[in-house]
Design a protein around this ligand. Structure first.
Ligand code: 5RP
Length: 267
């Protein structure tokens, strides 16, 4: 592996081998998502606790101070909207590799839709992006999005999507956690796996438990958005999650930390 690729991966994957990525890219197809109407404001208090942020070039330029030194994972696939839900898997490449270099991205991310009508196109998008990014030493993170079959979030489907992403050259793969057989997902994927959170859930303990379990079963951390910044106490949330990922806290210890920080954080 060349120095540039190694160095970018080292910016993302911390010395303990773990990661806490904070995605704020949801607007690229959802528009002004709840609590992400002003992404710059949302992310500011959370940045010190994230290892990297994932976003589009538009939000990076408009909402993030260029003096920011947190690594950037630039979302480079899109071109769809919630207004045409049935076509969400019809993504193309929306940002060039030259632009990613200009923006000093540490990695780029792209969605693939295994199990959808557009499976083939999105897998070729990933392959072509990897071809180009490898030339410049830029890691590609594949986002295994949820096609019809994958909606079931079963280990069998998640493992299929993750393995294909790795086979096509992704350096990191983002997937969803599943209660049954998640270890099969990570074991079958020869590159690091990170977990997304999905829609906000009711109790924070549920989030702490799945992150803890996913890490025990081989994930290296999270790329988790809504369950942090849609929470009434986002700083307490990200700090508690950080304690699980980087300090080996149990879900119970994370809950205690959350409660302690929450009492000092404004709603
Ligand atoms: C949106 C994404 C998100 O970055 C990813 O799903 C993680 O966010 P969340 O934890 O809110 O699900 O790729 O398409």
């Amino acid at each position: 592996m060349d120095w540039g690729m190694k160095n970018r991966l080292a910016q993302l994957i911390q010395r303990d081998g773990k990661v806490l990525f904070l995605p704020i890219d949801h607007g690229y197809f959802q528009g002004p998502t709840n609590k992400l109407e002003e992404p710059g404001k949302t992310v500011k208090p959370l940045l010190p606790y994230a290892d990297a942020i994932m976003l589009t070039r538009g939000i990076l330029r408009s909402s993030i101070d260029p003096e920011n030194t947190k690594p950037i994972i630039l979302r480079v696939s899109g071109g769809t909207s919630m207004a045409r839900k049935e076509e969400l898997s019809h993504e193309g490449i929306i940002t060039s590799v030259k632009e990613a270099i200009r923006l000093n991205a540490s990695a780029v991310s792209i969605s693939i839709f295994v199990g959808s009508e557009r499976e083939h196109e999105t897998l070729l998008n990933l392959s072509n992006l990897v071809n180009e990014c490898e030339e410049y030493g830029i890691p590609v993170m594949a986002v295994t999005a949820v096609g019809k079959e994958l909606e079931k979030r079963e280990a069998r489907y998640l493992a299929l999507a993750c393995r294909i992403a790795a086979e096509l050259g992704a350096r990191v793969v983002k997937t969803y956690y599943c209660k049954e057989g998640f270890e099969k997902v990570t074991r079958g994927c020869p590159v690091p796996v990170v977990m997304a959170g999905g829609p906000k859930v009711e109790s924070e303990l549920e989030v702490f438990e799945f992150i803890h379990d996913g890490i025990q079963k081989g994930a290296i951390g999270v790329n988790l958005g809504r369950n942090v910044w849609q929470h009434d106490y986002p700083v307490a949330m990200i700090r508690a999650i950080r304690s699980i990922i980087h300090e080996g806290a149990t879900p119970k210890e994370a809950q205690e930390l959350f409660d302690e920080i929450k009492s000092g954080e404004k709603k």
